[in-house]
Design a protein around this ligand. Structure first.
Ligand code: FEO
Length: 172
């Protein structure tokens, strides 16, 4: 059964939104690298890789359903940061926005009675819950421990330990 034009449109747009997320997180990584906080930079570089995986999963799903996606221009992230907390707050705000986009995709698929696409989107619905929790935890940690140099050093070490693992649930 072919995907409806409404479904292909929102899924195609989501490729772009996920790639923008990767761009945005690279600007966070660049900010922290410049600050000498290589652990925070590492965390966001890995986050950017995960966002690219999300984009590729949407692309692959469209291709596997006989739809040729269009690669639109990716917007330039233009935020300037003045404190180590600001990227973390911008990260939570962005993830809440992405959650709203994923939920919209789900609603469009539901309206089209597109059970296959709803099932595909299930993973992203759960993933958004995890990403919002991570973003909130990073803000809490920074507020609790980041104002003290030793606390900030320990946090940076903790984020340095994050390693990239490609999700086996995604068909890339
Ligand atoms: Fe792909 Fe962070 O949402």
């Amino acid at each position: 059964m072919a995907l409806s034009s409404e479904v292909t449109q929102v899924l195609n747009e989501q490729i772009n939104k996920e790639m923008y997320s990767a761009y945005l997180y690279l600007t966070f990584a660049d900010y922290y690298e410049d600050r000498g906080l290589k652990g925070f930079a590492n965390w966001y570089e890995i986050q950017a890789k995960e966002e690219m995986d999300h984009a590729m999963a949407f692309r692959r799903y469209l291709l596997d359903n006989d739809f040729k996606p269009t690669m639109e221009a990716i917007a330039k992230p233009d935020k300037a940061f003045e404190s180590d907390l600001e990227p973390l707050e911008a990260g939570l705000e962005h993830e809440e926005y992405v959650t709203s986009l994923i939920h919209h995709c789900y609603e469009v698929a539901h309206a089209a009675h597109d059970v296959r696409t709803m099932k595909f989107l299930d993973w992203f619905v759960s993933e958004q819950g995890e990403e919002e929790t991570n973003a909130r935890d990073m803000i809490t940690n920074m507020k609790l421990f980041g104002c003290d140099p030793k606390g900030l050093y320990d946090l940076d070490r903790e984020y340095q330990a994050r390693t990239y693992v490609q999700s086996t649930s995604l068909n890339l």
